[in-house]
Design a protein around this ligand. Structure first.
Ligand SMILES: Cc1ncc(COP(=O)(O)O)c(C=O)c1O
Length: 244
C-alpha cells in the first residue's frame, strides 16, 4: 500500500477481549462496514443488529437515545440535530392534510410559525388558544375533531405553567394526541403524565453548557417507529435495531 493510501486506511487497533474503555468512546465514524455484502443486506432487512451510516444512527447516538428514553420514562427516543428539528419531525409526520392542530399562544415562536405557516401550506388547519383558556380548549375539542395538541410547560419565554392534569384528561377524552415541548422542565419531569410525545432542545436543561446542539423526541415505541420511517427523508433517523 502506498504511504498516501495508508493514511486513509490506518492499521486497525482493536481493544483486547476483556479490556474496555471506562467511559464510552464517542464514535465519529460516518460509515460502518461488514465483512461481506450479505451481512449489510441482512442489516437493511432488520435481520441483525449493527450500524451502517451515522446520519441514521451509531453507538454514541444509540446510547444517548436509550439514556434519554429512560430519564423521560418512555419506551423509545429519536434524536435529531436540534430542538427545532425535534419539534418539526412529529409536526411533519403525525398530521396529514385536512387534520386540525391546536396550540397555545404562549410558546416558542418557531413552533407557532411551523404550525401556522408550514403546516398551513400543506392543508393542515390550526387554532391558537391562550394557556389560560382551558374551558375554550374543552369547547374546541368538543366541536372540532383534532389530531394533535401542541404545548410547552414551562413556556419560553414567559414561563407560564400548563395544567397538565386537566389538559391530558381533555385530550384523552377526545382522542387527541398530545405533544409537549418539555425543554424547560427537563427530562426528569412530567414522565408520569399521559403525554403522547415529548420533545426537547438538548441545549437547555439537558446540557446547559452551550457546547452541544441536539434534539430528542420521546414517545411510546409505535409512535417513534412511525416517525422514524419518515425521518429518514428529513435528515435524521435511526435504523431499526433489535434493542431499539
Ligand atoms: C422551549 C424551546 N423549544 C425549542 C427550542 C429550539 O431548540 P434548538 O435551539 O436546539 O433548535 C428552544 C430554543 O431556544 C426552546 O427554548
Amino acid at each position: 500500500m502506498k504511504k498516501r493510501t495508508r493514511v486513509a486506511h490506518p492499521p486497525e487497533v482493536a481493544v483486547p477481549p476483556g479490556n474496555r474503555p471506562l467511559i464510552a468512546p464517542i464514535y465519529q465514524s460516518v460509515k460502518f462496514t461488514f465483512d461481506d455484502v450479505e451481512e449489510t443486506r441482512k442489516l437493511w432487512r432488520g435481520g441483525r443488529d449493527g450500524y451502517w451510516y451515522s446520519r441514521l444512527t451509531n453507538p454514541t447516538l444509540r446510547q444517548l437515545e436509550l439514556t434519554l428514553a429512560d430519564l423521560q420514562d418512555r419506551d423509545a427516543c429519536l434524536l435529531t440535530a436540534s430542538g427545532v428539528s425535534a419539534i418539526a419531525m412529529p409536526l411533519l409526520t403525525l398530521p396529514k392534510a385536512g387534520d386540525h392542530v391546536v396550540y397555545f399562544a404562549e410558546m416558542y415562536q418557531p413552533t407557532r410559525s411551523l404550525i401556522r405557516r408550514v403546516l398551513g401550506r400543506f392543508g393542515v388547519t390550526s387554532t391558537m388558544l391562550s394557556i389560560e383558556d382551558l374551558d375554550g380548549l374543552g369547547r374546541l375539542f368538543e366541536s372540532q375533531p383534532t389530531r394533535l395538541f401542541v404545548f410547552e410547560s414551562p413556556t419560553n419565554p414567559v414561563l407560564k405553567v400548563a395544567d397538565l392534569e386537566r389538559i391530558t384528561a381533555l385530550a384523552q377524552r377526545h382522542g387527541v394526541l398530545t405533544l409537549l415541548d418539555n425543554t424547560l422542565a427537563g427530562l426528569h419531569n412530567h414522565g408520569g403524565y399521559a403525554i403522547d410525545v415529548f420533545v426537547h432542545s438538548l441545549t437547555k436543561y439537558a446540557s446547559g453548557h452551550g457546547d452541544a446542539m441536539g434534539g430528542a423526541i420521546l414517545a411510546r415505541r409505535e409512535l417513534i417507529e412511525s416517525m422514524r420511517a419518515d425521518a429518514g427523508y428529513l435528515g435524521r433517523r435511526s435504523t431499526r435495531t433489535r434493542h431499539s
